[in-house]
Design a protein around this ligand. Structure first.
Ligand code: GLY
Length: 399
């Protein structure tokens, strides 16, 4: 082929490739530059956060109006996000101070491996020790993760087919959609040991949740109350959402992320379909704002003046970047583009705190628990964690 023909072929490939939608999504070079700067800013901001922490406690939130910094003990569900964010930022910046702080706080967190009173061990131990073990594998981390997986598995009830979320009076057996996020720890345990019992518990929990937590439009209830002795559903309700029949935004985000990870771990197409259905519910919802940062509940009173939840936006962006990889066109491109849009918006002054402010947290404007009037329009440690994870997934995006 002569030079002219070759150029013609290259041009044709470019135009027809684009027109028929065959080109894979690619991270935008200018945004990648911003993201790299963003990691550095966030690392510096976490040095501010460190200084605000009471001894042996974990950051929860900060109240900008009163200037109150709120921390918690290691047994609160959010404890893993601080070490997790430090480790993600260390990976990106190689700032040894961030790694040292992560190691310090992991020692405080370790005892939770024996905590059998919570379903949140995936959040607490896998977002922290799981990541630490990926960065610098250590036998001690592996032991801690395995003990944590055993503690989590101890909450599984085979009659219900679920891991119990919140302890309650027999026969009530409460399961929340958030629990999908804890399954990652169980998949890790099967990979690490070859013992398939963890895998089976995770799959059974996901199947039961798929059957009972979702409405016909693929929105999810927050809480399903089962009968622990018969497995029957007794009640479906909310705790953190606006109403029993509403769609609490972070709950929808947990479901999206949860079924995406189920597909990653099992390659069972029914989980991919479920994740895609949840994505459609979120993305096609008439109450999803143009900038794609959801209101704290899709049915919140006062929309369009209701508060947004930046944490839900961050979780959705991170989940969509993974889900994009498992889909063909047009969903592949659409999910990628929307995740990119969310990242741009969260990285703007509308959501990203000015250096040294916000108690040292990265993002502003999350909603923790509206019905309890707690953590309203504030930074949230998990908002930061999933935001940084989304930036990393965007930076490393390959098909
Ligand atoms: N219950 C966990 C959350 O607030 O999303």
């Amino acid at each position: 082929m002569n030079k002219l023909n070759l150029s013609f072929c290259a041009l044709a490939l470019f135009f027809f490739g684009n027109a028929s939608g065959q080109q894979a999504p690619k991270p935008n070079p200018a945004l990648l530059k911003t993201i790299n700067a963003e990691f550095k800013d966030a690392g510096r901001q976490y040095h501010v956060l460190m200084k605000n922490l009471p001894p042996d406690q974990f950051p929860k939130t900060f109240y900008p109006v009163t200037g109150k910094f709120e921390a918690c003990k290691s047994d609160w569900w959010v404890s893993g996000f601080y070490p997790g964010t430090l480790l993600y930022l260390y990976q990106q910046t190689k700032d040894q101070g961030l790694y040292n702080e992560a190691e310090r706080i992991l020692k405080v967190l370790e005892k939770e491996k024996n905590n059998k009173t919570t379903h949140d061990l995936g959040f607490m131990m896998y977002c922290s020790f799981g990541l630490a073990n990926q960065i610098k594998p250590k036998p001690a981390y592996k032991d801690i993760l395995l003990t944590s997986a055993k503690s989590l598995a101890s909450r599984f009830n085979p009659t219900v087919g679920c891991i119990e979320s919140w302890d309650s009076k027999v026969p009530d057996f409460l399961v929340i959609i958030d629990n999908m996020m804890n399954l990652e720890l169980l998949f890790w345990a099967t990979r690490a040991t070859g013992d398939s019992s963890y895998y089976k518990i995770a799959v059974t929990h996901a199947n039961t949740t798929m059957k009972n937590h979702f409405r016909p439009d693929y929105s999810s209830y927050h809480v399903v109350d089962y009968n622990s002795q018969t497995g029957a559903v007794q009640k479906r309700r909310t705790d953190q959402g606006y109403a029993d029949e509403s769609a609490w935004a972070r709950g929808q985000a947990w479901g999206l992320y949860g079924y995406t990870l189920m597909y990653r771990e099992t390659r069972d197409k029914k989980y991919l379909d479920q994740a895609n259905h949840i994505a459609r519910f979120i993305l096609d919802h008439p109450n999803l704002p143009k900038d794609k940062i959801p209101y704290w509940d899709f049915n919140a009173p006062g929309i369009p003046n209701a508060l947004r939840d930046a944490s839900a936006g961050a979780i959705i962006a991170s989940a969509l970047l993974e889900l994009s990889k498992y889909n063909g066109k047009p969903a592949k491109q659409e999910y990628f583009t929307i995740a990119e849009q969310i990242i741009r918006r969260l990285s703007s002054v509308a959501y990203k705190a000015a250096p040294g402010t916000n108690g040292g947290f990265i993002l502003m404007h999350g909603v923790g628990h509206m019905p309890k009037k707690s953590e309203i329009d504030v930074p949230l440690t998990y908002g930061d964690y999933y935001y940084i994870e989304a930036l990393k997934r965007y930076k490393n995006y390959t098909n």
